[in-house]
Design a protein around this ligand. Structure first.
Ligand code: ATP
Ligand code: MG
Length: 305
């Protein structure tokens, strides 16, 4: 299964949420692989605490693989190579957790027939080896998005299953932006069709993920003034209505991740230790990641309504 993680805006929580979801998948026993296709800013190594690839790698990453400079992109076994002690050593029952970093100083590049073919070949190889391959794309209408839409439309990938996750924050601008990225001009659907995708299959393979959401009914907000709480509830209601009008509504949401204090301060994987022993992260956050890890591969969560 290939999962494409995208967002219209930057800083939505796409990379941190995707990394945590994939980490949870691995803990649940799946073999998983994370591809940093954010070519302009390949910093996924820092979320997994890989010190030699904090801003991408100099040892032949995805960018130079797609460019044809290397036959194989570098692979990092997170359980073996993470510099964070609590991520070292694969826990019993966990699957593989592998990161394919981007190249440091890479930058975006145009789509060519050759790099689309290399991308398709890579996806086919990873598909044989891993249960879930998650591709973290550059934000917006990027070359990275165009390359993967072109690659997945190719005949040799016809039998491969793929799905799209569109991340957005729970604000007016983000809801509008997420909807525009999917349905708007030069958006995912339009670009996908131009590359030969079927509109229905593509649309049915897209779901939204809301990040850093504050629940107006959360007990944590009890300290707020009544006027503030009433305003927050009214805003939330407006957003629910806007999301539904913009085809970003509840039925198309795969999951929602609450605002978490740890993630607000640092981009990292939240371990069980952070929740249960150190008590720095919220249980609800990890539950949301766990639920997303199950739902990305659960066909019933993707059934058409
Ligand atoms: N649930 C959350 N609660 C609080 N903060 C969060 C949450 N999810 C993500 N963040 C924070 O939001 C910031 C942006 O997240 P992240 O880097 O994952 O976004 P992104 O969409 O990948 O951004 P970019 O476009 O720059 O790659 C980070 O500091 C991250 O830790
Ligand atoms: Mg990112």
């Amino acid at each position: 299964m290939l999962i494409f993680a995208t967002s219209d805006k930057g800083g939505t929580g796409r990379s941190v949420t995707s990394s945590n979801v994939l980490y949870r998948s691995a803990l649940q026993g799946s073999d998983v692989c994370y591809l940093d296709f954010d070519f302009g800013s390949p910093t996924a190594g820092s979320i997994f605490n890989i010190n030699h690839a904090l801003r991408g790698t100099t040892r032949g990453g995805l960018h130079s693989y797609l460019d044809g400079a290397h036959g194989e992109p570098q692979r990092i076994d997170v359980w073996a190579e993470s510099d964070r002690p609590s991520l070292r050593d694969r826990p019993p029952g966990a699957g593989r957790l592998v990161l394919l970093p981007g190249d440091s100083g890479g930058g975006e590049f145009p789509t060519t027939r050759e790099n689309i073919e290399r991308c398709a070949r890579l996806f086919l190889r990873l598909e044989e080896e891993f249960d879930v391959t998650l591709v973290d794309l550059s934000a917006g209408r990027s070359y990275a998005t165009e390359i993967v839409l072109a690659a997945t439309a190719r005949a040799e990938l016809r039998s491969v299953r793929w799905r799209w996750l569109v991340f957005h924050r729970w604000t007016r601008q983000h809801v509008l932006a997420a909807s525009g990225l999917v349905h708007g001009q030069r958006g995912i659907v339009e670009t996908g069709i131009r590359h030969g995708h079927d509109r229905t299959r593509l649309t049915e393979s897209l779901r939204f993920v809301r990040t850093a959401v504050v629940d107006p009914d959360s007990p944590e907000l009890e300290g707020l003034q009544p006027a503030q709480l009433a305003w927050l509830r009214a805003c939330n209601q407006d957003l629910l209505e806007l999301a539904s009008r913009e085809r970003v509504g509840r039925t198309l949401v795969l999951g929602s991740v609450p605002l978490d204090p740890v993630l607000q301060w640092r981009e990292q994987l939240i371990s069980d230790n952070d929740v249960w022993a150190r008590r720095i992260a919220n249980r609800e956050t990890v539950e949301a990641f766990d639920s997303l890890a199950k739902r990305i591969v659960d066909d019933t969560a993707w059934e058409t309504l």
